[in-house]
Design a protein around this ligand. Structure first.
Ligand code: FBP
Length: 553
């Protein structure tokens, strides 16, 4: 297979481990900390996790390795959306496992958690794994979104583990997958299977973080990739001076990705979904907010600009959520068929008009027709509107145009407005990991094996002090139950890892808030450029502005 010159060089890159893991396996010992409590609902979580609750936080340090010298057979699973660096988690795990005992074995279950249930796997060897070092993607074993959550699945998983003599499973996933890892760990412990479960925090969305996990892997590379693209567009906008660019960025519900891209590129506008919800903003208010910036810039002779729109924003607009709920009701069950049979859009429109409340119809009526149709066509297997597929970049540019047209009629706005639309998502999920993600991921995997070797289960591999150089990183583990609370999911109270949304009193948002008025009217763009792999550490190894601000740097 032909590989690119960059890939050839990246295969040779030696990821940096935290200083305390650099001494060699025989000189890594465990330091146990305090017993832990879940962040909320302690009694309920303890009752649900009697075997794995309340364990101690641990850190590794230099000292004589006292772990049991038993042969390990480990299975690894990649779960959910791709995130740059996933391959390095597997490489770090493999290297630590083989360095401990060359007889140890690493199984890779294919295509996500279903691989464990289907007993679909490969066994890693040097030749296979060496092709994937420091590369993007999850193609080393594939990923999938099947959830491991039922007793039935756990039973099958236990049988598969028994068949292969598996001693531990490592699940690389987001908040849901790691919640399920904790439940699986509890099941394995309760049934005395002897199989440990360790999680690793993954997702480009950046919403798996808390006082223990400073960031999920992949966020650094994905946001650097989007920031490069946004910066390039800003420079194009500032050169041509004729377009407003509306850029939607991935990130699911939380706006961490949008906020980080804004901190890196200083665009004229960046919506933050969490703020839209807190201020209960309507579509019309958001459109006015953007139109104000367009108008102010036009008054200074600048008929161009850049607006970043987080993927999930429409879900946070209260009136829009009500509209979505009503549409889901309107087309529930047999009514969908009746609707689908209607021949023309005008007949469908009349059906909609009859079924929606007056308030929701007013919201529906101001949407561009393409978005109105999308709401009825793009539906998931349960018949629900797929909010993430809504082209919100087009929605907001159309709403802004309508506002500007009104202002033109009223004689208050005299500028020109021409929009371009972009969606950056998949472009960033499988990029070559930045040095930060290459190092962080390798460390997470290596560390996960140390947790296995010392007999821990139900823990998340934890590497902290991440805004400092890698030799100052701290390696250890945190019981997943410590990060849990009870939440209502699908009509039931469930123990889950709390999803982290953007905190409006957090330092990254505060910094953005303090500067955004200036950025809105002036052209204060910054151009981050492409991710650099070779060169000064100040360019190649630094992580996100979000993390730096959170750390007060
Ligand atoms: P994870 O939460 O599984 O890491 O996925 C992240 C993500 O990239 C989101 O940003 C995005 O909304 C979603 O996956 C897209 O999913 P799909 O790959 O199924 O289209």
């Amino acid at each position: 297979m032909k590989i690119s010159p960059l890939q050839t060089e990246r295969l040779k890159y030696a990821p940096k481990l935290p200083g305390m893991l650099r001494h060699g396996i025989s000189e890594i010992c465990v330091k146990e900390g305090e017993a832990t409590q879940s962040v909320a609902d302690q009694e309920k979580i303890q009752a649900l996790f009697p075997n794995t609750y309340g364990k101690k936080e641990i850190t590794f340090e230099k000292g004589a390795n006292t772990s049991a010298a038993k042969k390990q057979v480990v299975g690894v699973i990649l779960s959910g959306g791709q995130a740059p660096g996933g391959h390095n988690v597997v490489c770090g795990l493999y290297d630590a496992l083989k360095a401990t005992n060359s007889e140890n074995v690493l199984y890779g279950f294919k295509n996500g958690p279903s691989g464990l249930i289907d007993d679909d796997y490969l066994i890693f060897d040097d030749e296979y794994i060496d092709q994937f070092r420091n590369t993007g993607g999850f193609d080393i074993i594939g990923s999938g979104r099947t959830k491991l959550e039922t007793e039935e699945q756990f039973k099958v998983a236990a049988e598969v583990c028994k068949k292969h003599g598996i001693t531990a499973i490592v699940i690389i996933g987001g908040d849901d997958s790691n919640t399920n890892a904790a439940v699986l760990a509890e099941y394995f412990a309760a049934h005395e299977t002897g199989v440990q479960v360790i999680g690793c925090p993954k997702t480009i969305d950046g919403d798996l973080k808390n006082e223990d996990i400073e960031c999920s892997f992949g966020f650094d590379t994905a946001t650097k990739t989007y920031s490069e693209l946004v910066g390039n567009i800003e420079r194009d906008a500032n050169s041509a001076k004729k377009y407003w660019h509306f850029i939607k960025v991935m990130g699911r519900s939380a706006s961490h990705v949008a906020l980080e891209a804004a901190l890196e590129t200083q665009p004229n506008i960046c919506l933050i979904s969490e703020e839209v919800a807190a201020k209960k903003m309507s579509l019309s208010q958001i459109a006015d907010y953007i139109a104000d910036a367009v108008e102010k810039r036009a008054a200074r002779g600048m008929n161009f600009g850049v607006a970043i729109i987080p993927e999930g924003v429409v879900e946070f607009v209260p009136e829009f959520s009500v509209l979505i709920g009503e549409i889901n009701e309107l087309l529930a069950g047999a009514k969908a068929e009746e609707f689908n049979k209607l021949p023309a859009w005008k007949d469908k429109y009349a059906f909609i008009e009859k079924g929606l409340t007056k308030e929701s119809m007013a919201v529906f009526a101001i949407l561009p027709e393409s978005i109105q149709q999308q709401l009825f066509l793009e539906r998931d297997p349960h018949g629900n509107v797929q909010v993430s597929l809504i082209e919100s970049e087009k929605l907001f540019s159309a709403l802004v145009k309508a506002k500007l047209d009104e202002r033109k009629k009223a004689g208050t706005y005299k500028g020109k407005f021409s929009a371009q639309h972009h969606f950056f998502g998949y472009e960033g999920r499988c990029a070559f990991p930045s040095n930060f993600d290459a190092d962080y991921c390798y460390s997470l995997g290596y560390n996960a094996f140390m947790l296995i070797q010392y007999g821990y289960t139900g823990y998340l591999s934890k590497i902290s002090n991440l805004s400092r150089p890698a030799d100052e990183w701290i390696a250890g583990g945190m019981p997943i139950t410590k990060m849990m609370n009870m939440e209502r999911r699908h009509g039931e109270d469930k123990p889950v890892i709390r999803k982290a949304l953007v905190e409006l009193d957090g330092k990254p948002f505060k910094y953005f808030e303090a500067h955004r008025e200036t950025w809105a009217v002036e052209t204060a763009y910054t151009y981050p450029g492409a991710i650099q792999y070779y060169g000064p550490a100040s360019v190649c190894d630094i992580t996100t502005r979000t993390l730096a601000l959170e750390k007060g740097e």
